[in-house]
Design a binder for this molecule. Structure first.
Ligand code: GDP
Length: 369
């Protein structure tokens, strides 16, 4: 195939990978139209709608590298239901001396009674461990438009006549947020957004003008290899992504009992007195309880059937599961399966294990709730 480029952003056109830059359906190439847009620019042009495309680490680092040379305000979007999955390690060096503003998105997924300050403190603590010292924090629900106005005000407070770059890993809701911001601006004026090239990459980026000289600039989402999102098809991804406030499910387990979370993770209560386990997963995730001794067989028999997702195809892509053992600490803790959910345990010194894909992070943190 000859090399075709999108006339909107200049990216190379391809027809294979929907979630990668430059995707265009084959059918639209067959129209023999000279004006070929990638799907992202097409949607932007026709619907004022931004779609995120995942970018490899290298291209993302190139972009950030350029940004670090500029004096700018960096707005980093984090998914509150997957805090660690949405922290981009290595971002610090590239942000340079620029100010960092953290947006905790999907506030609606966390139980309403939790105080916002508590959530912000929890974010502060977690980010500190990664060496991040943000200038401010804002909580939003991008898909409900909640907190967007406050975010824009906070951006204005910290912008100090500079460009604003919005960064985040895929699936944190960055495009939903950008769309909410665009909506807020386009209420006043149509055709507000533009795309332009970014130095050193082929991908066009989206600019929302703030003044004649400064913009809010949407950078492409970075694919985080530690997220389930990287290995699952859209259907499964939709299944595990929480849509509404997460309703915790409580299990009282005796030792040597097991819980399956669909087929994507397995929790073993190996040793300790009868204890309570509070599970925070997307409401549609099915939890199956069984005896530890029967768990291996159950998995073998039901993977891709009762235990779906993953499909057998996705299971192969996930590259096998790893079993990790933990002993609970003296304080109330969350056992987190990054990008999927967490289990709150208020019982010290019990032995537990998690089986999860080997690339997915599993760890214990002080309980959020
Ligand atoms: P991106 O890859 O970062 O651009 O993420 P998207 O904007 O495509 O959003 C990823 C998923 O999160 C989609 O299923 C969105 O509907 C969902 N989402 C985005 N913002 C919110 C929010 O504030 N609350 C909830 N519950 N879901 C959200």
């Amino acid at each position: 195939m000859e090399e075709l480029k999108c006339i909107g952003c200049g990216v190379l056109i391809q027809t294979e990978h929907k979630d990668k830059p430059g995707f265009t359906p084959k059918s639209s190439l067959e129209k023999k139209d000279n004006d070929i847009f990638c799907k992202r620019c097409f949607r932007l042009k026709h619907y004022n709608d931004v779609q995120d495309v995942g970018l490899s680490n290298d291209d993302f680092l190139k972009i950030l590298n350029e940004v670090s040379k500029e004096d700018a305000l960096i707005v980093k979007v984090i998914d509150l239901a997957d805090l660690t999955g949405s922290i981009l390690t290595g971002i610090n060096r590239l942000i340079g001396d620029n100010d960092l503003l953290i947006v905790g998105n999907k506030r609606d997924l966390l139980p309403k009674p939790i105080n916002d300050n508590k959530i912000i403190n929890w974010m502060k603590q977690s980010l500190k461990e990664y060496g991040m010292k943000p200038v401010d924090y804002v909580l939003v629900s991008a898909n409900k438009g909640i907190g967007v106005e406050e975010l824009l005000n906070t951006i204005e407070t910290h912008r100090r006549n500079r460009n604003v770059y919005v960064v985040g890993s895929t699936n944190v809701g960055k495009s939903t947020l950008i769309n909410a911001i665009i909506k807020r601006f386009t209420e006043e004026e149509k055709d507000y957004i533009t795309t332009s090239y970014f130095p050193g990459t082929t991908l066009g980026i989206i600019e929302i003008p703030l003044t004649d000289e400064h913009n809010i600039i949407d950078t492409p989402g970075i694919i985080n290899k530690h997220q389930y999102a990287h290995y699952l098809d859209q259907k499964s991804l939709t299944h595990i992504t929480p849509k509404n406030e997460i309703k915790p499910k409580v299990y009282q387990l005796n030792n040597e009992q097991t819980l399956f979370f669909d087929g994507l993770a397995r929790f073993d209560f190996e040793d300790g007195p009868r204890s309570s386990f509070v599970c925070y997963f997307a409401n549609q995730v099915n939890i199956h309880r069984t005896k530890l001794e029967k768990a291996d067989q159950l998995f073998e028999n039901h993977l891709g059937k009762m235990l779906t997702p993953p499909t057998t195809e996705e299971y192969k892509r996930l590259g096998g599961y790893r079993r990790q053992h933990f002993k609970t600490p003296s304080y109330k803790c969350d056992l987190v399966i990054s990008g999927y959910g967490w289990i709150t345990i208020d019982q010290p010194n019990i032995k537990i294990a998690i089986h999860a894909p080997k690339n997915v992070g599993v760890f214990i943190r002080r309980s959020l709730i």
